[in-house]
Structures are given as C-alpha cells and as structure tokens.
Design a protein around this ligand. Structure first.
Ligand SMILES: NC(=O)c1ccc[n+]([C@@H]2O[C@H](COP(=O)([O-])OP(=O)(O)OC[C@H]3O[C@@H](n4cnc5c(N)ncnc54)[C@H](OP(=O)(O)O)[C@@H]3O)[C@@H](O)[C@H]2O)c1
Length: 265
C-alpha cells in the first residue's frame, strides 16, 4: 500500500515515523509534499521517504492521501493536488475542518476526519476519527492502522469530535499545567527543581500507566492510596476545596465549545 502526505511538518513526520516503526509499509511507499524543499530534505534524511514539492505528484502516486497542513492551508493544498486526488481516500488531521467542508473541497474523494494529539510525536497519541458517507470498511481499517501506529485510536461519530478535541486534543496542555504545578509544589517544600520536575513527570506517567494496566476505575485507584487522616487525604481535601475537579470538567467543556465555534457550528 502506498501513502501520500500533503504537509511535511511535525504531525506528518510523527505519523510517517509511526507507520515505518509499525512496518505498515516501506519508506519507498511513502511520498511527502510541501512547499519547503529544506523541510522535505530533513524529512527524507531522517526517514528515507520520497519527497516532492508538487502536491499533485504526491497525490497521484498513492490511493491514500493524508492532509497534514494547517487548517487555513487546506484549501490551497487540496487545490494544488488537483486531479491527483481523484477517487482517493483523503484523511485530514486539520483541526476544525468538518467532513462537509472536506467533501466540498475534494468532491471526488472519500474523506475521513481525524483528531490526533501531540503525544503522537512520541508514539503515545490518542486519536479519534470519523468517516464520510462514501468511505468503505477497508478505508476504516486503513485509518485505524495509521493512527494505531502512533498511539491509541477510536472511531466516533463526527458530532463527538469537538468533545474529543476538548478532552484529548487539548488535554496534553492540561497535563503540562499539572506537571508545572506539582513541580512548583515540590520546590516550595524544599526539593531541587530538577528533581521535582522528574518526580512530577514520572508520577503522571506512572499513575496513567497504572490506570491503563489495571483497568480499574480511577476512583478505586485513588482510594487505594488514600488512608484516613493521612497525607494524601490532606492533599485531596485541598484539591476538592479549590474546585479542581469542577475546573477540569469545565475546561473540557470550554474547549468543546470553542472547537464548535471554530468549525463554524
Ligand atoms: N500539532 C498538534 O498537536 C495537532 C493535533 C491535532 C491536529 N493537528 C493538525 O495537524 C495539522 C498539521 O499540524 P503540524 O503541527 O504538523 O503543523 P506544521 O508543523 O506547521 O506543518 C504544516 C506543514 O504543511 C506544509 N504546507 C503549507 N502549505 C502547504 C501546501 N499548500 N501544500 C502542502 N504542504 C503545505 C508546511 O510547509 P511550510 O513549512 O513550507 O509552510 C508544513 O510542512 C494542522 O492542521 C493541525 O490542526 C495538530
């Protein structure tokens, strides 16, 4: 199977690297296009994929085309791909571009809209995707395999993609804030900042891994480390008093609302 990428930036190169790691195809089966020859050279040096500055040439060569440009560049990139896109599966990761908009921009394509997140850059992404009306079962399998190569993937109805954006799309930023705050807390209690950050990062990673591995409800895991009258109970009391749980719920809701506004709903 051959794949073309329109856009050769951070997300495109993360997905390409994931696909190559997963041995979904060889480097010679991927062709990436963008206007910046220097960027293409960097991608070719690091992955050995084929590159071109012509979107049309790239699209012509593959039955599956991934649209990995900024949302405001999508219309131009698709126009430049021209006849090369005819009859192809077009998978867009451009935030906020709806299936309806994609279908208008590329009427001769079967379209899929995906929402990955930045941990895809290190193979730990969370992606959800929705399919357009003309896609086939094979198209779904193909999208699953592509995004599974950079993390976990779920298929959803398009109407849920704004909520996905609010949770996992914007979510890494919420967790970075937690890491910063935990680090500051550690430093305020006397820890050297490098050690505090190391402990904060590993605590987030370890807690997530434990929740994933055990499959337990987070409330059960939280109770397991909370003895009555102990240190964790004291800390959780502070978090509840400051409305941290409600703040996170409202943060996801705010991002969900903003995502709807940005996609013109
Ligand atoms: N980063 C994230 O966390 C994240 C998460 C979910 C979704 N997304 C979506 O992923 C998409 C890409 O994001 P990114 O972070 O990878 O951006 P990026 O690093 O800026 O990459 C964008 C790429 O598109 C190229 N490009 C611009 N115009 C083009 C055209 N007409 N034809 C072909 N290529 C063109 C750019 O080339 P030049 O440098 O030459 O302009 C660059 O290689 C965005 O739509 C974003 O919404 C990103």
């Amino acid at each position: 199977m051959k794949y073309a990428f329109l856009g050769a930036g951070k997300m495109a190169s993360a997905i390409i690297q994931g696909m190559l790691r997963a041995k979904m195809c060889g480097a010679e089966d991927i062709i990436a296009a963008c206007p910046d020859a220097q960027m293409l050279q960097g991608l070719q040096d690091s992955t050995a994929v084929r590159v071109t500055t012509s979107n049309e040439k790239a699209a012509k060569e593959a039955p599956t085309v991934l649209l990995c440009v900024k949302p405001q560049e999508a219309a131009t990139a698709i126009e430049q791909a021209g006849a090369g896109l005819e009859g192809k599966l077009l998978i867009s990761i451009a935030a906020g571009l709806t299936l309806g908009t994609l279908e208008k921009m590329a009427p001769r394509c079967r379209v899929i809209r995906a929402m990955p997140n930045t941990p895809a850059l290190v193979g730990c992404g969370a992606t959800a995707f929705a399919t357009g009306p003309n896609t086939t079962g094979a198209d779904e399998v193909s999208a699953e395999a592509i995004f599974a190569s950079v993390g976990v993937v779920s298929q959803v109805q398009e109407k849920l993609l704004d909520a996905v954006t609010g949770l996992s799309g914007s979510g890494p930023a919420y967790i970075f804030l937690i890491i910063e705050a935990l680090t500051d807390g550690g430093v305020s209690c006397g820890l050297p900042s490098i050690l505090a950050r190391r402990l904060a990062i590993q605590t987030v990673l370890g807690a997530a891994e434990l929740a994933k591995e055990t499959g337990e409800h987070p409330a059960i895991l939280r109770e397991m480390v909370t003895s009555p009258g102990g240190t964790t109970a004291a800390a959780l009391g502070e978090l509840e008093q400051h409305g941290v749980r409600a703040a996170f719920i409202q943060a996801v809701q705010a991002a969900n609302r903003r995502s709807k506004e940005l996609s013109g709903e």
